[in-house]
Design a protein around this ligand. Structure first.
Ligand SMILES: Nc1ncnc2c1ncn2[C@@H]1O[C@H](COP(=O)(O)OP(=O)(O)O)[C@@H](O)[C@H]1O
Ligand SMILES: Cc1ncc(C[n+]2csc(CCOP(=O)(O)OP(=O)(O)O)c2C)c(N)n1
Ligand SMILES: [Mg+2]
Length: 326
C-alpha cells in the first residue's frame, strides 16, 4: 500500500504529534502497558532481567523505499519491523521482552496506513510475548522510517550465543531455506527464537548469527577473522522461491542464495568433532524447522577477513551479499 495521501484530512498531518501519540497508544491496546512501565512518562521503567539471565538489546529499522515498498501492506511492514529485530534476539539464543519504536514520518503519511501498521505491531508483540513500552514521533520530509529497539534476555543460566567463535573444523549449519526472499519471505518470515534458545541450551553450539545480508556476506559472522569457510553448494537448502526468482532474473538460484539477503534464518557453528548425525537426530526430535549442514570452518594462513571457498559451485559465482550505502 502507498503510505502517502494527498488528502490533508486523511493524513497524520491533520492529527499533529500529540493526537497521533494518543491514537498510537489506543491502537496498541494491551500490547502497551501504562506508565511508568510503559508509554506516558519521560522513560519507561523496566524490571531487571530474570535471575541468571543477561540483558540483550538490538536495533533495526524499516525505511520506506529501502526495506519495503508499496507492494507491502502496513501489517506486513509491521511484522517485518518486529521480526527482523526478533531475529537478532533469536541469534543470541534469547527471548524478547520490551520494544521501543521511534517514527520519522512525512506529514502526508495517511492515517489509513499508520493505523493498521500499529494494530499489527500490537498483534506481533502479543504473538512473540513482548510489550511496547514507548518511542518517539518526529516529522521528516519525504521519508517514512520506523526504528525499533528491542530488549530481550538470554535463556538463564545459559550464556548468549556469540558471533565469530567457530573453530577450525567446526561444522556450519543453516536453518530453513535460502534465497527466496524477494518474492515474499522478506516480510513473512518466522524468527527462529525457539531454535536459538535450543542452541543456547545445547552444549554443542560455538557461534550463531542471523542471515540478513545474504550468506555470501554473513557466513563471516560465525568465523573469527583468521578462519575461512568451505561451503558445499550441492548441500545448500535452496528455497523454491529462489528458483522462481532465478527464472526471471536470468541468474542462477545460487546467486540469490548468496546475495539477496533477508533470509532471517540462523547460521551456526558447532564444536569441531561434534557427532553431526546425532546432533541432527536430536534437533529433529525437538524442532520442526529444517536444518542443513552446509560446510565447515577451515584454517587460513594469510588473512584480514574470513574467506569463503566452494565445493560444487557453478563457474563465476559471485557471492558478496547486500551492503547499504553502496
Ligand atoms: N549506527 C550505529 N551505531 C552504533 N552501533 C551500530 C550502528 N549500526 C550498527 N551498529 C552495531 O554494529 C553491529 C553490526 O550491525 P549490523 O550489521 O546492522 O547487525 P545486524 O545485521 O545484526 O542488524 C551491531 O552490533 C550493531 O549494534
Ligand atoms: C524496497 C526494497 N529495497 C530493497 C530490499 C532488499 N533489502 C533491503 S535491506 C536488505 C539487507 C538487510 O537489511 P539491513 O538493514 O542491512 O539489516 P541488518 O543487516 O542491519 O539486520 C535487503 C536485502 C527490500 N526488501 N525492499
Ligand atoms: Mg542492523
Amino acid at each position: 500500500m502507498n503510505p502517502y495521501t494527498e488528502d490533508q484530512s486523511q493524513s497524520i498531518g491533520s492529527l499533529g504529534e500529540s493526537k497521533l501519540i494518543e491514537q498510537l497508544k489506543d491502537w496498541l491496546g494491551d500490547a502497551a502497558p501504562a506508565a511508568p512501565f510503559g508509554m506516558g512518562d519521560d522513560c519507561a521503567v523496566l524490571p531487571f532481567p530474570s535471575p541468571g539471565a543477561q540483558q540483550l538489546v538490538t536495533a533495526d529499522p524499516i525505511i520506506y523505499g529501502k526495506h519495503f515498498d508499496a507492494q507491502v501492506s502496513p501489517a506486513q511492514a509491521a511484522a517485518k519491523l518486529m521480526r527482523r529485530n526478533l531475529s537478532d534476539i533469536a541469534a543470541m539464543g534469547g527471548r524478547p521482552t520490551h520494544a521501543i519504536i521511534c517514527l520519522a514520518l512525512d506529514p502526508k503519511v495517511s492515517i489509513s496506513w499508520i493505523e493498521p501498521f500499529y494494530k499489527a505491531l500490537a498483534e506481533e508483540a502479543k504473538r512473540f510475548q513482548c510489550v511496547i513500552v514507548g518511542g518517539d514521533v518526529s516529522s521528516a520530509d519525504h521519508f517514512l522510517g520506523a526504528f525499533l529497539t528491542l530488549y530481550g534476555e538470554t535463556s538463564a543460566p545459559h550464556p548468549p550465543l556469540l558471533r565469530h567463535s567457530a573453530q577450525v573444523g567446526s561444522p556450519i549449519f543453516v536453518t530453513g531455506s535460502l534465497g527466496g526472499t524477494r518474492l515474499k519471505k522478506h516480510h513473512s518470515f518466522i524468527p527462529r527464537i525457539s531454535e536459538g534458545q535450543w542452541l543456547a541450551r545445547s552444549e554443542h553450539c560455538l557461534s550463531c548469527s542471523d542471515l540478513s545480508d545474504g550468506l555470501g556476506k554473513d557466513f563471516a559472522n560465525v568465523l573469527p577473522p583468521a578462519l575461512g569457510c568451505e561451503i558445499d553448494c550441492s548441500q545448500l537448502p535452496i528455497a523454491d522461491d529462489a528458483i522462481e526468482t532465478a527464472k526471471s532474473s536470468g541468474k542462477d538460484a545460487l546467486y540469490h542464495v548468496f546475495n539477496d539477503g533477508e533470509d532471517f534464518e540462523l547460521i551456526f557453528a558447532l564444536k569441531p568433532g561434534t557427532a553431526v548425525d546425532s546432533f541432527l537426530t536430536q534437533w529433529r526430535k525437538e524442532l520442526q524447522t529444517p536444518v542443513t549442514k552446509i560446510g565447515y570452518a577451515t584454517s587460513r594462513t594469510v588473512s584480514k577477513a574470513p574467506r569463503l571457498s566452494f565445493k560444487n559451485a557453478p563457474q563465476s559465482l559471485s557471492a558478496n551479499g547486500y551492503e547499504h550505502l553502496r
